[in-house]
Design a protein around this ligand. Structure first.
Ligand code: BDR
Ligand code: CA
Length: 311
């Protein structure tokens, strides 16, 4: 049976590629999408999610809107990376369908409670909605099939030298999420930077036709144009989190105790990862089977691209 997956996201170039994977893989059943302000503002990321839903062809999957701002801090964004609208230069047809009436946190709670033990919850943006859901209904932590985030790192940051963007955007939410009664699969930068859409990957993607020309390649090359095929490309961070749900065999992981720095003058949002002592609260993928990952992702994108060609 397909694994049921709910994605909380802030599309976002790589969030869009992650939604494409979740929708396209027949081994996954995308049951809900929730949006959170992050890469760009909440209105823009929600617009992107709505337009992607119709463009990619999953109109029945509910989309619920969540938090516009972090729990206690001022919002930051990553428009510099993802473009002012969040999807680089891509302009999709306007959506004709709207969001559900419920808050993202309620859609998360209701979806998990309706199918205890069956929902794989994936977060690819700041953890604000997940924290709100846990504050409202802490028991959901024991009711998920798994909880996977793209966020954090054990060596370095990207928003600051110490902190990765999704955790840095709302450290207080991340602290609530890592303290909850579940194992956080922390797909962090150390892992996702292994998943680079370099020139060779892009050349293969281009064979997929219109979907690649119009969506996949522009998303995967917006801030890093891979001219030299063997050089690094743009990392598809959020795709790794969805891939983990479908293909955990592609990842080598280690248990760890992860604490979130919320007060550091230079380190707010840092994930302090202890592989050696303390009660583990997380599983940290550290090594990716890069060839296997791209074979998997390209296969799934190929399935969607074939349907797309048929209209
Ligand atoms: C994460 O930050 C965002 O900009 C990306 O969408 C990804 O979720 C990478 O640090
Ligand atoms: Ca994201």
């Amino acid at each position: 049976m397909a694994k049921r997956i709910l994605i909380d996201c802030d599309p976002g170039l790589d969030d869009a590629l992650a939604l494409l994977l979740a929708h396209g893989d027949p081994a996954l059943d995308l049951v809900g999408v929730t949006t959170v302000g992050g890469n760009v503002g909440l209105t823009a990321v929600t617009k992107n999610a709505l337009e992607l839903r119709e463009y990619l062809g999953f109109p029945k999957v509910p989309i619920a809107v969540g938090a516009a701002a972090p729990l206690v801090r001022e919002s930051i964004n990553a428009a510099r990376v993802h473009g002012e609208r969040g999807l680089g230069d891509i302009v999709l047809p306007a959506a004709t369908l709207g969001v559900t009436g419920s808050h993202a946190a309620d859609l998360i709670i209701d979806t998990i409670r309706a199918a205890p033990g069956a929902i794989h919850l994936v977060a690819t943006g700041p953890l604000t909605n997940i924290a709100i859901a846990l504050e409202k209904d802490p028991a959901i932590a024991r009711m998920v099939a798994s909880f996977v985030i793209m966020g954090g790192s054990f060596t370095r940051g990207n928003a600051t030298p110490a902190a990765e963007f999704n955790i840095h955007a709302d450290p207080e939410a991340a602290r609530i999420v890592f303290a909850a009664d579940w194992q956080v699969v922390m797909v962090g930068l150390d892992l996702t930077l292994q998943a680079q859409a370099n020139g060779r990957v892009i050349e293969r993607m281009k064979q997929l036709g219109a979907l690649a020309d119009d969506l996949i390649v522009p998303l995967a090359t917006f801030y890093f144009d891979p001219k030299d095929p063997d050089r690094d490309g743009q990392a598809v961070h959020d795709v790794c989190a969805v891939a983990y749900v479908a293909r955990p065999d592609l990842f080598a992981s280690r248990p760890a105790r992860v604490e979130i720095e919320t007060t550091g003058e230079f380190t707010a949002g840092m994930t302090v990862v202890d592989f050696d002592s303390g009660e583990p609260n997380a599983l940290v993928p550290i090594e990716l089977d890069v060839a296997g990952f791209w074979a998997y992702v390209e296969h799934v994108y190929g399935l969607v691209a074939a349907k797309h060609r048929q209209g």
